[in-house]
Design a protein around this ligand. Structure first.
Ligand code: DOR
Ligand code: ZN
Length: 355
């Protein structure tokens, strides 16, 4: 990674060049939406793990491969972007589906949504022990299990759902499958950081820009702010600080996953607004700001470009991207289908820019 600071007369120019990053957790939706979502990611990232929570979800390899073709059609070929596909785990996913997925060469992981935890999770898993034969196959084929780590019991406080998931689901699953690769997705708490740190090399975690930049006050600042609502929901400041420390630590267990989750503006600004934050248009810039604010720009490349690929046992990218320290104003919204979509940090000043 190269960091350049040039001083020309009064102007100080700072640039960083890093290996082209990957996004290890992304939603791009389907069909007509793809041409509005995929290019934002493809101009920054070489690859992205594509979430399978469509309606209906991608529960078979055949569905995931057809979806991959639709994504590629929506992407300008010169951007040279590779979607990495996932299967949606259900109580009934046959173990043999894992073999088919592995053999496809394009499906790299399986996603566990606890049933009812989030957007399009109704077909998800009701009890992880029902999936043990399938998890056995995942372990055998060295395919990571990606987990949305929240319990769904409505009696559990929404701010405690991640912590309880560790105790109720992750610890027993790990005990049953010691060498299953698990990615604890979009972690939001110090409890999750501590859990991942205490585990061995088979457990890793992704961290989103919103959970690094904001605490839960952002959702209620001067009124209800739906564009800061995602699941798992933003947490207290002490958790945000723990996530920042994990991200900039240089520990390869923590890597980039935006969880950019596009919903049209009118679906967010509604009496029952959808969960999901759209960060794709400025994802790498948001992370650069986080690392810069922590005086840790030298740790950005490992987090964004190396550790995810290493965990998934994929090659690191060889292309590079360059970011310049330069203020620009994030658009209030972008076109999306027959309406608009609001990005994270809309209308505000961003301090880094991809060039
Ligand atoms: O906020 C979220 N939005 N969290 C998820 O887990 C799903 C996602 C979506 O698909 O909109
Ligand atoms: Zn997600």
């Amino acid at each position: 990674m190269i960091i350049i600071t040039q001083q020309c007369k009064t102007l100080k120019i700072m640039q960083i060049t890093l290996t082209r990053p990957d996004d290890w957790h992304l939603h791009v939706r389907d069909n007509d939406a793809l041409k509005y979502t995929v290019p934002f990611t493809a101009r920054q990232f070489a690859r992205a793990i594509i979430m399978p929570n469509l309606t209906p979800p991608n529960i078979t390899s055949q569905q995931a491969l057809a979806y991959r073709e639709r994504i590629l059609l929506a992407c300008p070929p010169e951007l040279n972007f590779q979607p990495l596909m996932t299967l949606y785990l259900t109580d009934n996913t046959p173990a043999d589906e894992i073999r088919k997925a592995k053999q496809s060469g394009h499906i790299v992981a399986v996603k566990l949504y606890p049933a009812g935890a989030t957007t399009n999770s109704d077909a998800g898993v009701t009890d992880i022990t029902k999936c043990y034969e399938t998890l056995k196959a995942l372990q055998k084929y060295d395919m990571p299990l990606l987990v949305h780590g929240e319990v769904t019991d409505p009696d559990v406080d929404i701010f405690d759902r991640e912590k309880q998931f560790i105790e109720k689901v992750l610890i027993p699953t790990r005990k049953a499958f010691p060498e299953l690769k698990i990615v604890f997705e979009h972690i939001t708490t110090k409890d999750a950081v501590d859990y991942v740190l205490a585990e061995d090399k088979f457990t890793a975690a992704t961290i989103t820009p919103q959970h690094l930049l904001y605490n839960r006050n952002a959702i209620f600042k001067g009124g209800i702010r739906p564009h800061y609502y995602c699941l798992p929901v933003l947490k207290r400041e002490e958790h945000r600080v723990a996530l920042n420390n994990a991200a900039i630590s240089g520990n390869p267990k923590f890597f980039l996953g935006t969880d950019s989750a596009p919903h049209a503006q009118n679906k967010k600004e509604a009496a029952c607004g959808c969960a999901g934050i759209f960060s794709a248009p400025l994802a790498i810039e948001l992370y650069a700001r986080v690392f810069d604010a922590n005086n840790a720009l030298d740790k950005l490349e490992g987090f964004a470009s190396f550790y995810g690929a290493d965990f998934y046992a994929l090659n690191r990218n060889t292309q590079t991207i360059t970011l310049q320290k330069k203020n620009w104003t994030v658009p209030d919204h972008y076109p999306f289908l027959d309406g608009t979509i609001v990005p994270l940090h809309a209308g505000e000043t961003e301090s880094w820019q991809l060039i």
